[in-house]
Ligand binder design. Structure first.
Ligand SMILES: [Zn+2]
Length: 366
């Protein structure tokens, strides 16, 4: 018998989780990149910074186009994701980039700083990129990497506008407008457009009470939006935050099995679920929606947060009926110390389609 899979690369012998732990233990990553709280358990996988739970809520409210927040412990990381994170260099290196020209008048948040202070700083640091070094060329870092249209706008803009960036005393107005443009271009729903102004100013003011991990399991018997089939994806939104799944091509019974995380604002808004059909050449088509009341789940999670019950038990349920959108009862359960709820909903405002989700409420202490 021959020996198969003989790897000389040690990377293959260490699990992604172990490599992630090694990264967490690097000196610079032992403190939140934004406020200095010790032992951050979250990471912005798009920006590469290790951050604390409070800052992670603010990162999330910026939108995934700016900061995609993952949990170092609760999310399952692939080797590729860990590679990408390692390549970005960690907190020390990235802070040298994002805080290169931090004015002395601006104070970096501390572990006990208010949400407002934290939010203001984080938005300036990453969304508006106000503290980055501006080189003497047109690759001014105010241009976010995704913003081809913005760099064009910058190239076409007047010299004075450009100079204002160079002075590092840019008009706040312009910069906020850039932020808004991004948010608007990303927002999908009409009511999101309406509330986008509000979200810009209030996003960081929201106190988060916990996190909800939503596993978008699968769709069944979804509506046909292209000729024969559809290319569905799901958008989840909670308060001002939105996240989406990948697109699954040509499938009316797609299986995503994709976990997405959202912060739960204090007022606990309903979780909105939207299904769309991805179109390459036109606007994506609507494939149904649903609204899920997550209050019972959050209340159950709070009640059992400090319990030491190890056995599985049922805590409550949403009873399916003709009057609601549930396909079957949505049972809230305690399973290995985790508060979960399985939800199966009929999609609304569309001829057909059901969606299966698994919700898990994660207490803020993690
Ligand atoms: Zn922090």
């Amino acid at each position: 018998m021959s020996i198969q899979n003989e790897h000389s690369d040690t990377k293959d012998l260490i699990s992604p989780q172990k490599r992630l732990t090694n990264l967490m233990h690097q000196a610079g990553n032992k403190f939140c990149a934004d406020c200095g709280t010790p032992e951050p358990k979250w990471v912005s996988s798009s920006l590469g910074v290790f951050i604390c739970i409070k800052c992670s809520g603010i990162h999330r409210s910026l939108g995934v186009h700016i900061s995609k927040v993952l949990s170092l412990k609760l999310d399952e990381w692939t080797d590729e994701q860990v590679d990408a994170l390692a390549k970005m260099g960690g907190n020390a290196l990235l802070n040298r980039k994002y805080e290169a020209s931090l004015p002395s008048s601006i104070r970096k948040p501390k572990p006990h700083s208010s949400i407002e202070e934290r939010s203001d700083y984080i938005r300036r640091k990453y969304e508006l990129q106000q503290f980055m070094e501006c080189d003497d060329n047109m690759s001014c870092p105010i241009v976010p990497s995704q913003g081809r249209s913005i760099s064009l706008a910058l190239a076409q803009s007047s010299t004075s506008y450009y100079n204002s960036f160079m002075d590092k005393k840019p008009s706040e107005k312009h910069r906020h407008r850039i932020g808004n443009a991004f948010r608007n271009s990303w927002g999908r729903k009409d009511n999101e457009h309406k509330s986008s102004k509000k979200s810009t100013s209030l996003a960081g003011m929201v106190e988060f009470v916990g996190l909800i991990k939503v596993n978008v399991v699968k769709g069944t018997h979804l509506a046909v939006r292209d000729v024969m089939t559809s290319d569905p994806y799901v958008i989840l939104s909670l308060g001002h935050q939105s996240v989406k799944t990948r697109v699954i091509k040509n499938n009316l019974n797609p299986v995503w099995n994709e976990s997405l995380m959202l912060s739960i604002p204090e007022n606990i808004p309903p979780l909105k679920v939207l299904v769309y059909d991805k179109d390459t050449f036109s606007t994506d088509d609507f494939m149904g929606e649903a609204e899920i009341d997550i209050q019972p789940l959050v209340i159950a999670a709070k009640a059992y947060e400090k319990s030491n019950i190890n056995e599985s038990m049922q805590l409550g349920k949403f009873v399916a009926s003709k009057d609601n959108t549930l396909v079957r009862d949505g049972i809230i359960s305690l399973d290995e110390g985790k508060i979960k709820q399985e939800i199966s909903v009929r999609l609304q405002n569309i001829e057909r389609g059901e969606l299966e989700l698994e919700l898990e409420c994660v207490p803020l202490t993690q």
